[in-house]
Design a binder for this molecule. Structure first.
Ligand SMILES: Cc1cc2nc3c(=O)[nH]c(=O)nc-3n(C[C@H](O)[C@H](O)[C@H](O)COP(=O)(O)OP(=O)(O)OC[C@H]3O[C@@H](n4cnc5c(N)ncnc54)[C@H](O)[C@@H]3O)c2cc1C
Length: 386
């Protein structure tokens, strides 16, 4: 029989993150969500507790945690508040391309100091005209002597307006699509960089979600990560690791939703008794509990069982977990979960499958398996740059 029990160390990590959530995140969550507050102070505390920079390799002094360990931590932070957990956890995405493809000098310059003091970084790939379709990005660069000159706009970037350094993706010829994309790492405060916080998200409102404008930004040649033209591959390799973590985030949000629903159903009385006594309410709770109980085992099993990461499989893993969590979520955290549908976009093959599902639906071709796919095409609400 296959077992997915957590090791003692994993249980301790999870318990540490849950304690942090209960003591530092939950008491502030409502206010920070309502007022869209980003707090460096909470980052400082998370940093001191060892809950940040989880993927920084051991050789550089970091914890060098694997994807399951970091998922357990992110699940518990998101149990507290998905917005706060977003700004505490955003370094995971920014550090990955450097850990995966950065040279020794870049790793020593950018990753090693993150272990010594709180440093924030951001991963900037999304643009107004390119989200899921990463190969369509139009932020561009050209060579000038021993520098690169960067122009373009990124948006929806977690910690984009507060990060100390950036990993940004740009193309030298948009017509080359994914083959023209390169990856760069550089300090966030350079001449020609303007950063604004985006306001008015429907969920994860405490998260700092930034717009970054590059206007003739000169970066040195040694800012290039890995090989020129290979940036798309580094981005996808990053998502291979981060997409299962998004599944874990969905579990954390859903577990909290269930706990809040249970609490409320016991407190609230109607017709002379707590509404928890009514069978309809019990059915809803039971359905939520079953899905949430099953998802960690599914996620851990899939992570443990896979011989090597694969973009398509990691994408499906994230989607399956999210879909089940969203399906049964009856609490106000639903908007936070909906935002997760967008995280890191959609993969090419899944996009094709969805198009087919929508076409089948329109043509009334029987396609029970495609129904969920067709329904999952959701569009994020309006956002304003302020
Ligand atoms: C809170 C938050 C934090 C974020 N942080 C970062 C960050 O740190 N760095 C970063 O670079 N980006 C970040 N993003 C951006 C995120 O990665 C993008 O939102 C995502 O890639 C989707 O892109 P999009 O919003 O342009 O949606 P689109 O790609 O335009 O998609 C819109 C909808 O259409 C669907 N869709 C798209 N193409 C197809 C298709 N072919 N077939 C069927 N359906 C399709 C999608 O599933 C989605 O439901 C963040 C987003 C949010 C909400």
């Amino acid at each position: 029989m296959i077992g997915f029990d957590l090791t003692e160390q994993q249980q301790e990590l999870k318990a540490l993150a849950r304690r942090f959530s209960e003591q530092e995140i939950i008491p502030r969550a409502r206010e920070y969500d309502e007022k869209e507050i980003f707090s460096r102070d909470i980052c400082e505390k998370a940093f001191a507790a060892g809950l940040m920079n989880l993927g920084v390799p051991g050789e550089l002094g970091g914890p060098g945690l694997g994807v399951l360990d970091s998922s357990l931590i992110l699940e518990e932070l998101n149990y507290g508040c998905a917005g706060i957990a977003n700004f505490v956890g955003a370094n995971e995405l920014g550090t990955l391309p450097i850990a995966l493809a950065g040279n020794e000098q870049q790793q020593r310059r950018y990753l090693a100091p993150m272990v010594a003091k709180l440093t924030l970084c951001a991963f900037a790939i999304t643009e107004p005209g390119a989200g899921s379709d990463v190969a369509a990005l139009s932020t561009n660069y050209r060579r000038e002597g021993d520098s690169f000159i960067l122009n373009g706009t990124k948006h929806f970037i977690s910690n984009g307006s507060v990060a100390d350094w950036l990993v940004a993706f740009a193309t030298y010829d948009k017509r080359l699509k994914h083959k023209g994309i390169s990856c760069f790492v550089f300090p966030a405060e350079l001449t020609g960089i303007t950063r604004n916080r985006m306001h008015g998200k429907l969920g994860q409102r405490a998260a700092d979600t930034g717009e970054i404008i590059f206007d003739e930004v000169r970066i040195p040649a040694d800012a290039l990560v890995g090989t020129e033209g290979e940036g798309f591959k580094y981005a996808m390799a990053t998502f291979d690791r981060s997409r299962p973590e998004i599944g874990a985030i969905a579990i954390g949000i859903s577990q909290r939703a269930l706990d809040e629903c249970l609490k409320y159903s016991r407190q609230r009385s109607a017709f002379g008794q707590p509404i928890a006594n009514f069978q309809t309410i019990q059915f809803m709770m039971a359905d939520m509990a079953v899905e949430i109980e099953a998802m960690p085992a599914y996620l851990q099993g899939r992570m443990a069982g896979r011989p090597r990461p694969g973009a398509q499989r990691d994408f499906q893993l994230r989607e399956t977990v999210q879909r089940r969590c969203l399906h049964e979520n009856h609490d106000r955290r639903r908007p936070d979960l909906r935002r997760l549908w967008l995280y890191e976009g959609i993969s090419g093959r899944e996009a094709d499958a969805r198009c087919q599902a929508v076409a089948n639906l329109r043509r009334h071709v029987p396609d029970p398996a495609g129904r969920d796919r067709a329904r999952s095409i959701e569009v994020v609400g309006p956002m304003n740059s302020a």
